[in-house]
Design a binder for this molecule. Structure first.
Ligand code: BTN
Length: 326
C-alpha cells in the first residue's frame, strides 16, 4: 500500500486528500496516516496540510523497497521485488531464491554488494549509494540453446532504458556490455542452472554505473557513469523500472517467436561498432573483419576481407574493435 500511495503522490505533483487515498485503496484514515508516517521515516518529505491533504516534495533520491515498487509498471518482470541495503551479490541471492521457489520475474536489488561478481571470475566493485545492482530470475520453458539470447534481450533493454531515463546515447557492445561514447557503463552476468536439456533457472545480473565516482585506475579510461553524461541526477529506481518494462516487452516477443527476429533491427541500430572493423578472438585463430550486426539467433555476423560472412557465437569468442575497448 505504501508503494501505491507513493506512486499516487508522485504522479499528482499536488496535494492529494486523505479521503481520496482512503477511497482509492479501500483503507481507513488511520491506515493512511500510518503509511505516510512510515514513508517519512524512510526519508520522503511529505507535507500534510489540513483541508488539502498530502504533498510529496521533490527531494534527493530515496532508494529502497517502496521507491522501486512504486515505479514498477510491469506485469511480471520485477515482481516480487526484494530490496536489500547490502548483499554479498544479487546474483548469489537470486540463485538461492530461485532454488527456493521464487517465480519467473522475481527481482533482487541491492544498494551495495560486498562480493559483487563480474565475468571471468572478476570482482565487480559495488559501493553503496552509487550504482544499480540487480538480478532478474527467469524460469524459461525453452531449450538450453536459446539461453544465450537472454543476455542480448537484457542488453537491448538496458541500452533503451538508459536512453529513456536520461536521454543519453547508450549502445550495446555485443554480447555483454553497454557503452556510452565507447566506455563501459554496464556489465551483465547471466548464470544458469540446467539438467540435460531443461533449464531450472537463469539469473540475469546487471550492474549499471550511475553516480559520479572515481573508478579504480585499471578501468578509469574504459568506464563511464550515467551522471557524467546526463545533465540531471538519475533516479536508480526509475532506471531499473524502465529497464524492467522494456525487458518484459522484448522478452515476451522473444518467447513467442523463439528468436530475436521481432526486434532485430532495433538491436542492430543500437549495436556499438556496427560496420566498423573488429578483431575476433577465436580460440581457433584470431581474425579481422567488419561487424555487420547480429542475426536472429544472436550470432554476430563478421564479414571477412574475401567477402565471406562468419556467424560468430558469443560463448566461444570475444570481439574487440581494433581501436580500443569497443
Ligand atoms: C561484467 O561486466 O564483468 C559483469 C558485471 C555484472 C555485475 C552485476 S551487479 C549485479 C549482479 N550481481 C553480481 O554479483 N554481479 C552482477
Amino acid at each position: 500500500m505504501k508503494a501505491k500511495i507513493l506512486a499516487l503522490l508522485r504522479e499528482r505533483e499536488d496535494y492529494v486528500s486523505g479521503q481520496e487515498i482512503c477511497g482509492r485503496f479501500g483503507v481507513s484514515r488511520t491506515a493512511v496516516w500510518k503509511a505516510i508516517g512510515q514513508l517519512k521515516k524512510e526519508g520522503y518529505r511529505i507535507e500534510a496540510v489540513q483541508n488539502r491533504g498530502y504533498l510529496l516534495m521533490p527531494e534527493e533520491e530515496v532508494y529502497g523497497q517502496h521507491e522501486l515498487e512504486s515505479r514498477m509498471g510491469t506485469k511480471w518482470a520485477g515482481h516480487p521485488l526484494c530490496y536489500y541495503d547490502e548483499l554479498p551479490s544479487t546474483n548469489l541471492q537470486a540463485k538461492l531464491d530461485a532454488e527456493n521457489g521464487a517465480p519467473q520475474g522475481a527481482l533482487v536489488v541491492a544498494d551495495m554488494q560486498t562480493a559483487g561478481r563480474g565475468r571471468r571470475g572478476r570482482a565487480w566493485s559495488s559501493p553503496a549509494g552509487m550504482n544499480a545492482y540487480f538480478t532478474l530470475i527467469l524460469k524459461p520453458e525453452f531449450p538450453v540453446e536459446m539461453a544465450s539470447m537472454v543476455t542480448l534481450v537484457m542488453g537491448l533493454a538496458v541500452a533503451e532504458g538508459i536512453r529513456e531515463t536520461c536521454g543519453v546515447e547508450a549502445r550495446v557492445k555485443w554480447p555483454n556490455d553497454i557503452v556510452i561514447k565507447g566506455r563501459k557503463v554496464c556489465g551483465m552476468l547471466a548464470e544458469m542452472s540446467t539438467e540435460r536439456d531443461f533449464i531450472h533457472y537463469i539469473v540475469m545480473g546487471v550492474g549499471i554505473n550511475v553516480k559520479r565516482q572515481e573508478f579504480v585506475p585499471e578501468i578509469a579510461d574504459m568506464a563511464i557513469c550515467l551522471e557524467q553524461e546526463c545533465a540531471k541526477p538519475v533516479s536508480r529506481a526509475r532506471l531499473i523500472a524502465n529497464v524492467m518494462g522494456i525487458f518484459e516487452r522484448y522478452y515476451d516477443i522473444f518467447r513467442r517467436d523463439g528468436n530475436l527476429e521481432g526486434f532485430l533491427e532495433t538491436y542492430n541500430e543500437l549495436l556499438a561498432g556496427r560496420d566498423g572493423e573488429v578483431r575476433v578472438l577465436d580460440p581457433k585463430g584470431e581474425f579481422r573483419g567488419i561487424s555487420r550486426g547480429i542475426n536472429s539467433t544472436g550470432e554476430l555476423l563478421v564479414e571477412r576481407e574475401d567477402g565471406t560472412v562468419e556467424a560468430v557465437y558469443a560463448g566461444e569468442v570475444s570481439v574487440r574493435g581494433i581501436y580500443g575497448y569497443v
